[in-house]
Design a protein around this ligand. Structure first.
Ligand code: ZN
Length: 203
C-alpha cells in the first residue's frame, strides 16, 4: 500500500506557513513504514528540533482505479478516520528554500499516525465532516472537509491520473490552520465529530 498526501489544502493553513494558494493539488507520498497505528506512542526523532502535528482527514481506498472521474471518485472510498501528518518543519523549511523534495521532512518512520477506521456508511456526507485535535486536553485545531480547497472527489481524480489507486491505499487530505510543535510528554487526541478515534503520547 501507499500513502498519498495533499499539502496546502486549507486556505488559512497555507497562509500561516506563508504559502501561496495552489492552482492544483500539492501531492507527496509516504511509504508504508510511515504508518503509526493502534494509539502507539510517537518517539521524537533525533534529526528534528521542530516536529509539528498536522491533523487531517484520512480516507482509505476500497477498490483499484486509474484515471478515475470525479463523479465516480467517492465510490472508491470505503473508510475514513483522522490522522496526524507529522512534519519535521525545520527540515522542511530547508528543503523548501533549496527547492528540494520533502521526503526526509514528511515521510520518515511513524510520520503517518492514523485512528480507528469508520465505515463510509457511518457518515451521511463525507464532504462535510468536522474533525479536531486536542493537545493535552486543549483544542488546537479544528476543520471541516467542506473547507478543502480541493474536495475529495477532485483529489482522487487528480492523483489517479499519475498513480494507480490500489485497495488499501490511504489519502491524507491536508490540515487546517493551527499547526504547532510537540514535545516529550504531550498527549494528542483527535476526533471526527464528537468521536475520539486517536489518542497517543509523544515520547
Ligand atoms: Zn499535511
Amino acid at each position: 500500500m501507499k500513502i498519498l498526501c495533499i499539502g496546502r489544502n486549507y486556505a488559512e493553513h497555507a497562509k500561516e506557513l506563508k504559502n501561496d494558494i495552489p492552482e492544483s493539488p500539492v501531492v507527496f507520498m509516504k511509504p508504508q513504514t510511515a504508518l503509526l497505528k493502534d494509539n502507539k506512542p510517537f518517539y521524537l526523532p533525533s534529526f528534528s528540533k521542530e516536529m509539528h502535528y498536522e491533523t487531517e482527514l484520512v480516507f482509505r481506498i476500497g477498490k483499484n482505479g486509474k484515471s478515475v472521474q470525479a463523479k465516480y471518485a467517492l465510490s472508491y472510498i470505503d473508510a475514513f478516520t483522522v490522522g496526524i501528518d507529522f512534519t519535521a518543519r525545520d527540515l522542511q523549511s530547508v528543503c523548501k528554500q533549496k527547492g528540494l523534495p520533502w521526503e526526509i521532512a514528511k515521510s520518515f518512520d511513524n510520520s503517518a499516525a492514523i485512528g480507528t477506521w469508520l465505515s463510509i456508511n457511518e457518515s451521511k456526507d463525507i464532504q462535510d465532516i468536522n474533525f479536531s485535535l486536542l493537545l493535552n486536553g486543549i483544542p488546537v485545531q479544528k476543520g471541516n472537509s467542506k473547507d478543502m480547497l480541493f474536495s475529495l472527489d477532485k483529489i482522487i481524480a487528480y492523483i489517479s491520473v499519475y498513480f494507480t489507486l490500489q485497495q488499501g491505499d490511504i489519502i491524507f487530505t491536508g490540515t487546517p490552520v493551527g499547526v504547532s510543535s510537540v514535545k516529550i510528554g504531550d498527549v494528542l487526541e483527535a476526533f471526527i465529530e464528537e468521536k475520539s478515534l486517536l489518542k497517543f503520547e509523544i515520547k
